[in-house]
Ligand binder design. Structure first.
Ligand code: NAI
Length: 430
């Protein structure tokens, strides 16, 4: 492993970018094209960029951004740099890093530790390298960076002014630390801002999960039975889009209220043990582990396909799948076939990692405009308010969400009504 790292480092030094660790700097031109494309569709981030270039709110601050490293994330990194920060970016998943985008970021003066398909050991090296920069502010996605800062790198926690977290799973991990009174710095749950989860988790995951599945399989969705595990914000989006694509949709849940919601939204609801017999395509989005296991694989139809869009690759039990398989092989990029003893083939997409990122480009750009505006404003909130913040998990104030939504509406050329003074008075009366 160390040898491998040295090789990459050597390649890298040839390009004279000593600090970063990326796959290949010569890929940068394609990465620049990708970043320039997304800038056209991110009006909220563009307006923050224009403001930050003038005001430099992060001057003198070091920031580490650990996120799925593709073009939208790269643009966020550049906005933070334009705002005066010294920015280090790492990936948050081995299969979601795009090497050309990483190269372009480096050419733009951002330090990057990430390459596509890194091993678990390399992933850890990258996070540690990023932390070596001794950041003041962090932006995390899934909680691995925060976890390091509370374990092996806890000596750095005292310097952190605060940070923000991108996804549901990361927020759950943060709240666990908070409840145990172990959280060492304030964190903003960017995921829990209206302008994030209402759009990103629902419409973003809804579209990009199907994009990942469809471009990977090149098969129809119409007429197939799709099993959606978890009817939270992400699951609602994926089920809604599956219905729109013409699938018969089954939902599995553990929460009785969400289950009723799914029924009222027109979906079949049943336990996974039953759903497993019917599904052609399975998508897990629970944030939980072992949602599909050996007992389910045993009763699945020949040709059943499985994909995960939850944060970690623990929702589809790969240990069970490997145990039951008599042989495995890659049948197409990002599709692994598991041959069962009775002759059935089951297919796993993108190694059971977030399919929309492992086998796609992640959420649509216009959606990430909202999410990353919330991230940039969360960082700003920390710089401006850290002296008054406790070691707690915070949610962005309503006015920040309203402001982001208003900029987006204006960019979409959509007007809305305003309350008259008489209406305000009417609404405020007891
Ligand atoms: P959520 O909390 O709104 O929904 C999760 C749902 O799964 C809940 O309704 C819960 O009752 C259900 N659930 C939990 N365990 C289950 C089980 N064993 N079987 C069936 N249902 C179960 O969370 P959200 O926001 O929908 O996120 C879900 C996951 O997706 C998280 O890991 C999150 O980090 C991740 N995520 C992924 C994105 C992507 O780009 N692929 C984007 C945003 C979030």
């Amino acid at each position: 492993m160390i040898k491998q790292l040295k090789i990459y480092k050597k390649n890298y030094e040839v390009n004279n970018f000593m600090k970063s660790m990326i796959r290949d700097i010569t890929l940068a031109p394609q990465g620049h094209d990708k970043i320039n494309w997304v800038k056209n569709f991110m009006p909220v981030l563009n307006s923050l960029n224009d403001e930050f270039i003038k005001t430099k709110p992060f001057a003198g601050k070091k920031m580490v951004v650990t996120m799925h490293l593709e073009a939208k994330t790269a643009y966020l990194g550049l906005v933070l740099k334009n705002a005066g920060a010294e920015v280090v970016v790492t990936g948050s998943n081995p299969l979601s890093t795009q090497d050309d985008v990483a190269a372009a970021l480096v050419e733009n003066g951002v330090t990057v530790y990430a390459w596509y398909n890194c091993t678990d050991e390399e992933y850890e090296v990258f996070l540690n390298k990023a932390l070596d920069s001794e950041p003041d502010i962090i932006i995390d996605d899934g909680g691995d960076l925060v976890s390091l800062l509370h374990t092996t790198r806890s000596e750095l926690a005292g310097k952190i002014l605060g940070g923000s977290e991108e996804t549901t799973t990361g927020v759950i991990r943060l709240r666990a630390l908070e409840n145990e009174q172990r959280l060492k710095f304030p964190m903003i749950a960017a995921n829990d801002a209206y302008c994030k989860y209402l759009f990103d988790n629902r419409y973003g995951t809804g579209q990009s999960t199907w994009d990942g599945i469809m471009r990977t399989t090149n098969l129809t969705v119409v007429g197939k039975t799709v099993v959606v595990a978890g009817y939270g914000w992400c699951g609602k989006g994926v089920a809604m889009r599956a219905k729109g694509l013409g699938a018969n949709v089954i939902v599995t849940e553990i929460d009785p209220i969400k289950a009723i919601e799914a029924v009222f939204d027109g979906f079949n609801v049943m336990p996974m043990q039953e759903a497993a017999k019917h599904g052609d395509i399975f998508v897990t989005l629970t944030g939980c582990s072992d949602v599909i296991t050996g007992e389910h694989f045993k009763v699945m139809k020949n040709g059943a396909m499985m994909a995960n869009a939850g944060h970690f690759d623990v929702e589809i039990n790969k240990v069970d799948l490997n145990k039951l398989a008599v042989s495995t092989r890659t049948v197409r990029k990002n599709i692994e076939e598991f041959k069962m003893a009775d002759g059935r083939s089951l297919y796993l997409l993108g190694e059971g990692r977030l399919v929309n990122l492992a086998a796609g480009d992640g959420h649509p750009t216009e959606i990430m405009d909202l999410s990353f505006a919330i991230q940039a404003l969360s960082a700003l909130h920390i710089v401006e308010n850290h002296n008054n913040m406790e070691n707690k998990v915070y949610i962005m104030p309503d006015e920040v969400n309203m402001n982001v939504a208003q900029i987006k509406l204006t960019a979409m050329n959509i007007g809305i009504d305003k309350l008259t003074e008489a209406q305000k008075k009417y609404l405020n009366q007891a």
